[in-house]
Design a binder for this molecule. Structure first.
Ligand code: SAH
Ligand code: SF4
Ligand code: F3S
Length: 483
């Protein structure tokens, strides 16, 4: 774990600091004492269960929550029913994300009835919306702690208050003045890690809830990022994925002089780091310097996720994306010229308000011309509070679904064709672990172009980079043999 601190050295009789994260370390020390008493009484450690919805940002936030709980001495359980603390980290990007959460919350009533001592905490993007927290307060009385995306660092304090006073805690911040550095973070893999480089988003695409749930853009100081990655490298990490809603605007309006491409050049120098990835970049401000970084920095993986959202210039304008179909195609051309083997993936929304058949055909045309390695396709979902929710010309569900199916067919055909190009080639694969198919002896890993490769091995090669000859190519994965 990154950033472990000896809690036994903290004097709990001293006044609690106001400065963060020092203050939270005091609460973690208090928590540790509570955990020890719990263990003495119950002959076991208390355990936590975290369920995470949404994007990598949320996954990474959950890693921070897990890191803080582990620092106190909690253990993790896979079994929600037996957990002493349940945390649900929510996403609000589409309506079905909201619905799934409320379904989960409903099912937790029984857990609380059977174990009234259990703490149920909910956090994440949904909690930054008043109508959601109002609903929880009104209908889901078994929730003990509600907190948001801007005060995750305060979780140890909120948990202590809840446990000591046995009262409901609701703590949501509208904004975050400063990024809190130095919290304990747990990670899922030994050999790879997420690294947050910025929070928030200033783009206000008209369909999107994120600027409201994550607040304004805030970049971490480059030296803090570099220090973290060096520590991760010392701890065995070989691959880092830099996270931000729009990494291309890293460093904008900051009191330091380092843009995203410069940050990449710096990370490229860090010893033992073998691969650098990032998510996500907005096409409107992808710089020539970043494209050059792909050519210059050997550790920067040849994959870019460049969400286009629509192929129609008119729809793009109403989405407030600030580029046209031609701008996007020119950008792709520029990238392909500079880095010929670049894998390009995207996100596409179907059925944005006012999308005509002609608009949609522009999307199909763009998909054919770019030839994406893969794409996430979404049905437009109305998000309360966003401008597009009020647009009058909403597309019917029937048309949305029909277009969605047509688009997926094109995307999948191209993905399969792209994968077929790998047939017979030998590629370098960084092994993530046992394959999700969980066959005995089948391992899975990624090429630098982010292709999923399965292969058989007699020994556990997790974290190693191996040469694999591709012997079979499917739509969503490749299969190969160690050479
Ligand atoms: N910051 C990233 C996107 C994060 S959200 C970016 O701009 O690239 C991930 C994806 O969810 C978006 O790219 C978009 O395709 C999709 N999405 C966002 N809001 C949506 C909505 N209201 N309905 C459907 N899809 C949506
Ligand atoms: Fe949402 Fe647009 Fe910001 Fe991405 S860039 S998070 S789609 S508002
Ligand atoms: Fe969802 Fe929030 Fe991420 S809305 S997609 S978890 S930033």
């Amino acid at each position: 774990m990154y950033n472990e601190i000896d809690l036994d050295k903290i004097d709990l009789n001293s006044e609690f600091p106001t400065e963060e994260p020092k203050r939270q370390y005091h609460f973690m020390a208090k928590g540790q004492k509570w955990v020890r008493e719990f263990e003495y009484k119950n002959n076991r450690r208390p355990c936590f269960f975290i369920q995470t919805f949404g994007c990598q940002m949320n996954e990474h936030d959950s890693e921070t929550i897990a890191g803080m709980l582990r620092t106190e001495g909690f253990t993790e359980t896979e079994n929600r029913e037996s957990a002493d603390i349940i945390v649900v980290n929510t996403c609000s990007i589409r309506e079905n994300a909201d619905n799934r959460f409320f379904g989960q919350l409903g099912s937790m009533k029984k857990i609380k009835e059977e174990n009234p001592e259990a703490i149920i905490a909910v956090c994440g993007c949904m909690m930054q919306q008043q109508h959601i927290t109002d609903t929880i307060k009104e209908k889901y009385s078994w929730v003990d702690i509600i907190f948001g995306t801007m005060n995750i660092y305060k979780f140890p304090e909120l948990l202590r208050n809840c446990l000591e006073n046995r009262k409901k805690i609701i703590s949501i911040y509208d904004a975050q003045e400063k990024i809190i550095e130095g919290l304990p973070v747990e990670r899922k893999f030994r050999h790879k890690s997420f690294v947050n480089i910025m929070n928030g988003c200033n783009n206000f695409c008209t369909y999107c809830i994120v600027p409201y749930t994550r607040g304004r853009e805030r970049s971490r100081m480059p030296e803090d990022i570099i220090r973290e990655i060096r520590a991760l490298a010392d701890d065995g990490v070989k691959e880092v994925t830099l996270l931000g809603q729009n990494v291309n605007s890293y460093g904008n309006n900051c009191n330091f002089d380092c843009d995203f491409s410069e940050l990449i050049y710096k990370i490229n120098e860090i010893e033992r780091i073998e691969r650098i990835r990032f998510m996500t970049s907005h096409p409107k401000d992808l710089s020539d310097r970043l494209i050059r970084a792909f050519a210059d920095c050997e550790k920067l993986c040849r994959h870019i996720h460049l969400p286009v959202q629509s192929g129609s210039t008119d729809v793009l304008r109403r989405m407030n994306r600030r580029y046209s179909k031609e701008d996007y195609l020119n950008l792709i051309e520029k990238i392909r010229t500079a880095v010929p083997n670049m894998a390009i993936t995207t996100d596409i929304i179907v059925g944005f308000p006012g999308e005509t058949e002609e608009d949609f055909e522009h999307t199909l045309d763009l998909a054919e011309r770019v030839r994406y390695d893969s794409a996430f396709t979404f049905l437009y979902s109305i998000r309360t509070g966003t401008p597009a929710a009020k647009y009058e010309d909403q597309v019917s569900e029937e048309i949305k679904h029909a277009r969605f199916d047509r688009l997926v067919e094109v995307i999948n055909r191209i993905t399969a064709e792209k994968n077929a190009e790998y047939f017979g080639k030998t590629v370098k694969v960084m092994v993530d672990g046992k394959s999700a198919r969980n066959d005995k002896g089948t391992y899975a890993g990624r090429t630098d172009t982010f292709k999923l490769v399965n292969f058989n091995a007699d020994e556990d090669l997790t974290g190693k980079t191996v040469d694999i000859k591709i012997t079979d190519a499917k739509t969503f994965s490749l299969f190969g043999e160690i050479v």
